[in-house]
Write a protein that binds this ligand. Structure first.
Ligand SMILES: Nc1ncnc2c1ncn2[C@@H]1O[C@H](COP(=O)(O)OP(=O)(O)OP(=O)(O)O)[C@@H](O)[C@H]1O
Ligand SMILES: [Mg+2]
Length: 376
């Protein structure tokens, strides 16, 4: 088991204002499995990702990465475990604006002082189509390219598990399909374990299974999902939910990185579109949903993510629920993240939690980079 939780409960606040974001959740993420997590806004998806990744502490219950229990670790060991075993992809990318794409990708290893596996890095870079973008800074990259850099950063260190909170929420359907294809291929070919929050049934269809959350509980699971079945399941839940204000579809918020320079918003450059593959006939619709592309035969090297059709996105025959405003108090960003970054043993800021780096952290890091560059 790559990661699991037992009786995971997360409560925010106390007394009348207390919110139970996770209510006694038992969940398992098997090695080499791609899990999608779906649920209405406010159902606890981000909280689950953050608690599993050790970015937020559980109120009660236990979280395990491999056989190591997060709650049993002191801050220093927790930081190290996260650095070495966990990748996190934020919806808002959280790239460092002053660094190039390559520097962003290697930042966690760099800070950890781990040698870079150049061969693996090269494969990740090529597969994500970032080779000719490595020297660009985030502002010079499109949203899709930035998200691919964020994916590369999570994958580069070969973490035991990658948690992704709506990694395609800010991407157009074609770019989203590219990122999803890559994530799925990394699961198929390298046994990467991924847990991914999404609102999009078509994105969920890339996964091996879908967990459905409602009111902080796992209420259902679907194995080998397809977009149509996921959508049907979501509608069934909607009918069951006594609060009609609860929404499933969530408009993607502006991609402003959390806690980093706002100049890191996606640049205007469009992602070059690789030639579209042949598409299976599908019913027409207006929704921007894309079916997973076919899986390449085993043994072939990881191929660049198959692009989705640019003009005629395929969708289930039923239209998805109309986008509605997010429920009050819901969040797509890091939930309850500490205001200051966790520290590694040598006092350096936590590379995974870069959203919470202080100005001083950036200054110190950049000074070090500059002195290294000067000395080289
Ligand atoms: N830091 C916090 N303080 C108080 N309440 C919080 C905090 N973070 C989340 N919550 C509450 O916990 C519940 C679950 O939030 P969470 O962000 O996990 O939902 P979500 O399923 O990710 O929603 P969305 O789809 O809108 O991103 C919500 O009711 C939310 O208001
Ligand atoms: Mg969320």
């Amino acid at each position: 088991m790559a990661a699991y939780a037992v009786g995971l409960t997360k409560r925010y606040g106390t007394g009348d204002t207390a919110v139970t974001a996770l209510d006694n959740v038992d969940v398992q993420f098997a090695q080499g499995q791609f899990t999608a997590i779906m649920g209405p806004s406010g159902s606890g998806k981000s909280t689950l990702m953050h608690c599993m990744a050790g970015l937020d502490a559980a109120t009660s219950g236990a979280v395990f990465i491999g056989d190591i229990q997060l709650n049993a670790l002191d801050d220093r060991r927790l930081t190290r475990l996260r650095r070495d075993r966990i990748g996190f992809i934020f919806q808002a990318y959280n790239l460092v604006p002053t660094l190039t794409a390559l520097e962003n990708i290697t930042l966690p290893s760099d800070i950890a002082g781990h040698p870079i596996d150049e061969q693996w890095l090269s494969a990740v870079v090529d597969t994500l189509g970032l080779r000719d973008r490595l020297k660009h800074r985030p502002t010079e990259l499109s949203g899709g390219q930035q998200q691919r850099v964020a994916c590369a950063r999570a994958l580069a260190g070969r973490p035991a598990i990658i948690f992704a909170d709506e990694p395609t929420g800010n991407l157009d359907s074609r770019t989203g399909a590219e990122v999803l294809s890559f994530l799925r291929e990394s699961v198929r070919r390298t046994g990467q374990t991924i847990a991914m929050v999404t609102h999009d049934p078509s994105a969920a269809a890339y996964a091996d299974r879908v967990l459905f959350l409602a009111d902080g509980r796992i209420v259902d699971e679907m194995v080998n999902p397809n977009a149509e079945a996921v959508l049907e399941r979501m509608k069934a839940f909607e009918a069951d939910i006594p609060h009609p204000e609860v929404v499933w579809a969530d408009p993607a918020p502006a991609p402003v990185p959390v806690g980093v320079d706002p100049t890191a918003v996606p640049g205007p450059a469009p992602v070059p579109a690789p030639p579209a593959p042949p598409t299976p006939p599908t019913p027409p619709s207006t929704a921007p949903v894309i079916p997973p592309p076919p899986i390449a035969p085993p043994g072939t090297p990881i191929a660049p993510a198959a692009p989705a059709p640019a003009t005629a996105p395929a969708v289930p025959p039923t239209p998805p629920p109309a986008p509605a405003p997010a429920a009050p108090g819901s969040s797509n960003g890091p939930v309850g993240a500490a205001s200051a970054a966790a520290r590694t043993a040598d006092g350096a800021p936590d590379p995974i939690d870069m959203a919470n780096w202080t100005d001083a952290d950036w200054d110190a890091w950049l000074a070090r980079k500059q002195s290294e560059a000067g000395g080289a």
